[in-house]
Design a protein around this ligand. Structure first.
Ligand SMILES: [Zn+2]
Ligand SMILES: [Zn+2]
Length: 139
C-alpha cells in the first residue's frame, strides 16, 4: 500500500506554513493551475464532506482568498482566461474549455477529463473520484 497525501493535507500544509510565518505574499500560491486545483477542490463534494467531518484550518480560506487577490493584481482576469482556454481530455483526447473539464489535484499529474470520461473513475476514500495517480478529480 502506498501512502497517498490527500489534497486536503497538501493544501492545508501550504496554508499553515503561510499563516505561521505571518501570511507573507511570497508564500501564497502563485501557480494559476495550482490555484485552479485548490479552488475546484474547495467546492468539491469530497472537500465539503471532509470540512463537515473535521473543519479545515481557518487559514485555508484566507490563503485561497489572498492567493487569488495576489494573482489578480499580477495578471487581471487570469482565472476567467484559464477557464476559457482549451485543453484536451486525457481520456478521449477531445478539446474542451477548461471550465468544462475535471482536473486532478495532484501537482505532478494535473490530468484533465471531460464529463464523460471522468465517469470511468470511482469515488475514492476522500469522497471525490480518484485519479490513476491517487489524486482527486475535481471541478
Ligand atoms: Zn473525454
Ligand atoms: Zn492524477
Amino acid at each position: 500500500m502506498s501512502f497517498v497525501v490527500s489534497a486536503r493535507q497538501r493544501f492545508e500544509k501550504k496554508a499553515a506554513a503561510w499563516d505561521e510565518r505571518g501570511q507573507p505574499d511570497n508564500l501564497l500560491e502563485t501557480s494559476d493551475w495550482a490555484l485552479l486545483q485548490l479552488r475546484c477542490w474547495m467546492v468539491s463534494d469530497g472537500a465539503k464532506k471532509e470540512n463537515r467531518d473535521k473543519p479545515f484550518i481557518p487559514a485555508l480560506d484566507d490563503f485561497v482568498q489572498a492567493s487569488g487577490i495576489s494573482m489578480e493584481a499580477r495578471r487581471s482576469h487570469w482565472f476567467e482566461e484559464l477557464l476559457d482556454s482549451r485543453e484536451s481530455c486525457k481520456g478521449c483526447v477531445e478539446m474542451y474549455r477548461v471550465d468544462n473539464l475535471t482536473v486532478c489535484t495532484s501537482t505532478n499529474c494535473r490530468s484533465l477529463y471531460c464529463y464523460g470520461c471522468v465517469l470511468n473513475y470511482r469515488v475514492g476514500s476522500f469522497g471525490n473520484r480518484r485519479c490513476d495517480c491517487g489524486g482527486e478529480l475535481v471541478g
